[in-house]
Design a protein around this ligand. Structure first.
Ligand SMILES: [Zn+2]
Ligand SMILES: [Zn+2]
Length: 271
């Protein structure tokens, strides 16, 4: 894989954030999360996260935000002023609102928050989403055993993130992996995992020079794509979040060729 599309500093920040999210997820008590995913929900395309009831410990959530901010400041000291300004606005009430609005992809709320407090637009949403992920990932673990088989869809049945990544594992099995909640499920190799099209004249593969372990499966029925990484050839298996980041160059190639991950599902759930 080619890592050159993101800077070394950005990669360092993300690796530290992924490690922190993983630590946080492991600290959580699964009993604090209630979530269900029925076959009916999957058939209707209702993500499991819609049913989730998570008992957030607000001081702990705020502590996670502080730790994320510290990672950013340590690697990008010019963010210190903005992040301290943001932290100054965060009390338990605001934290509760952040959780609710991040769960419903309410970009507008975070944009307004940024403008109201004179903070760069991207910061509040980035922080809120980053802090939410360990909770979403812990919730996804609770329904993971129900993810077989999954009806082809353009979005993750647990968290609604657009589907874009799969791995090839033992015996050449194709496994779809969600970079946001880490849910994963098996899929047919010669089938579009987004729309279910299995017409071989409509499915194609894009390969990348110098990257022997990755390919992009594209579908001319739905114009979607999925990055497929053969992780059997990797000695150290990266986490799904990291794999998504390491394969960012594949997203660029797919999109340059006119294929897109489907974001219509998310739009449907925004507010
Ligand atoms: Zn997901
Ligand atoms: Zn398709």
């Amino acid at each position: 894989m080619d890592k050159s599309v993101v800077t070394k500093n950005y990669m360092t920040i993300q690796r530290q954030i992924f490690a922190l999210q993983d630590k946080w997820k492991k600290m959580m008590d699964p009993n604090d999360i209630k979530i269900e995913l029925t076959r009916e929900m999957m058939a209707e395309g209702i993500p499991a996260i819609e049913s989730a009831e998570i008992a957030f410990d607000l001081p702990l959530y705020l502590q996670l935000i502080t730790e994320i901010s510290t990672i950013l400041i340590n690697n990008k000291p010019d963010l210190k002023f903005m992040l301290e300004k943001m932290s100054g606005q965060l009390d338990a009430d605001t934290a509760q609102k952040w959780i609710e609005h991040a769960l419903s992809w309410d970009y507008r709320y975070f944009n307004d928050f940024a403008q109201e407090h004179g903070i760069d637009d991207w910061i509040p949403y980035f922080i809120a989403e980053t802090a939410l992920r360990p909770y979403i990932q812990a919730a996804a673990e609770k329904v993971q055993h129900q993810l077989h088989p999954v009806i082809p869809d353009s979005a993750c049945p647990v968290c609604c993130e657009p589907i874009r990544l799969a791995t090839l594992e033992e015996d050449g099995k194709k496994v779809i992996r969600c970079p946001r909640c880490h849910a994963h499920w098996p899929a047919r190799r010669l089938k579009c995992s987004l729309c279910g099209c299995s017409d071989h004249t409509k499915l194609d593969y894009l390969t990348i020079e110098g990257d022997a372990i990755s390919q992009i499966q594209v579908c001319n029925e739905c114009r979607g794509y999925i990055k497929i990484v053969d992780i059997r050839q990797l000695i150290e298996k990266p986490s799904t979040s990291l794999l998504d980041l390491l394969s960012l160059h594949l997203d660029l190639v797919a999109q340059e060729n006119g294929y897109y991950p489907d974001s219509a599902k998310i739009e449907q759930y925004i507010n």
